[in-house]
Design a protein around this ligand. Structure first.
Ligand SMILES: [Zn+2]
Length: 285
């Protein structure tokens, strides 16, 4: 798994041109990574978690009243307009539960699609990573945004959160995200899910949406629903109607899950593996 929090660069070098961009074997991520501007027209989130793209993307401003975009050199602060509105709303609502502001990690590329860093989802402009580091009360420099590291909230043995860094405000932040009606799924490290189960109290329906996943110890991942006007959008399977706090968690604390053996890399996705509309979107100037 590639660390999604890898540092950026102050003067990112443009990617070299592809020798044979039209070859059917060209990985789609190489094509999408070379498009730094959105495909014009109405917003369309096309495809799903494991293959798709985005038209009519808009960018989240680098700095808002209650958020700051991190790793700006990646140019991944693009999304469906619905995602932009959700992030603005979350930043405001999080402030009400004591969270100083959002540090925003990866959203999508300007035309969505697979990313060079093997980040599998985030292809259709409906996903955002939010850091567990609270926003400082000053506008961070470009240098800080590219190189400062995110706070890992999981204990060294991976079996619970780290009590030195985890706070009830983290719980309130994740609950605030999950309670937004547009959110369909929140992914966190299993140690965090365990802490949320413990700290959730009586109203627990929001926990259904919060699912354990590998990594996600320095950030959580939020996915919003397919917008009604994105008819080519494939929604993820709906969450099971239970909080997932019982034996379902056991799998995640097995030794083989905590320390998985390296798996064989999957062959890179090509345009042939994406919805046909994505070819036109990535090939357009
Ligand atoms: Zn993510």
């Amino acid at each position: 798994m590639i660390d999604p929090m890898l540092p950026g660069a102050l003067n990112p070098k443009p990617l070299p041109p592809l020798i044979n961009p039209d070859a059917p074997s060209t990985p789609a991520k190489e094509l999408f990574a070379r498009k730094s501007t959105p495909f014009p027209g109405p917003p369309r989130s096309i495809g799903g978690d494991f293959g798709g793209c985005l038209a009519g993307a808009v960018s989240l401003p680098m700095t808002g009243p209650t958020w700051q975009v991190m790793r700006p050199s990646r140019n991944r602060n693009w999304g469906n307009p619905q995602l932009i509105r959700f992030i603005e709303r979350l930043a405001t609502n999080a402030k009400k539960v004591g969270w100083s502001g959002l540090l925003v990690g990866d959203m999508s590329q300007a035309r969505g699609g697979p990313m060079l860093s093997e980040h599998t989802s985030h292809q259709i402009g409906l996903d955002v990573d939010i850091w567990f580091t609270p926003m400082p009360d000053r506008d961070q420099s470009r240098d800080e945004r590219e190189f400062s590291s995110a706070t890992d909230v999981v204990a060294a043995d991976l079996r619970d959160v780290d009590p030195e860094v985890w706070t009830l405000k983290h719980t309130a932040l994740i609950r605030t995200a999950a309670q937004d009606p547009i959110v369909v799924r929140v992914l966190v490290n299993a140690a965090i899910k365990k802490a949320l189960c413990r700290e959730a109290g009586a109203g627990r329906t929001w926990l259904y949406k919060v699912r354990p996943w590998y990594g996600h110890a320095e950030h959580f991942h939020v996915q919003i629903a397919c917008p009604a006007d994105s008819t080519e959008c494939k929604p993820p399977a709906p969450p099971l109607p239970r909080d997932g706090c019982d034996s379902e968690l056991d799998f995640w604390f097995k030794e083989s899950t905590l320390h998985p053996l390296p798996s064989k890399p999957k062959p890179a996705l090509t345009l042939g593996g994406l919805p046909p509309a994505c070819k036109q979107i990535v090939k357009a100037p």
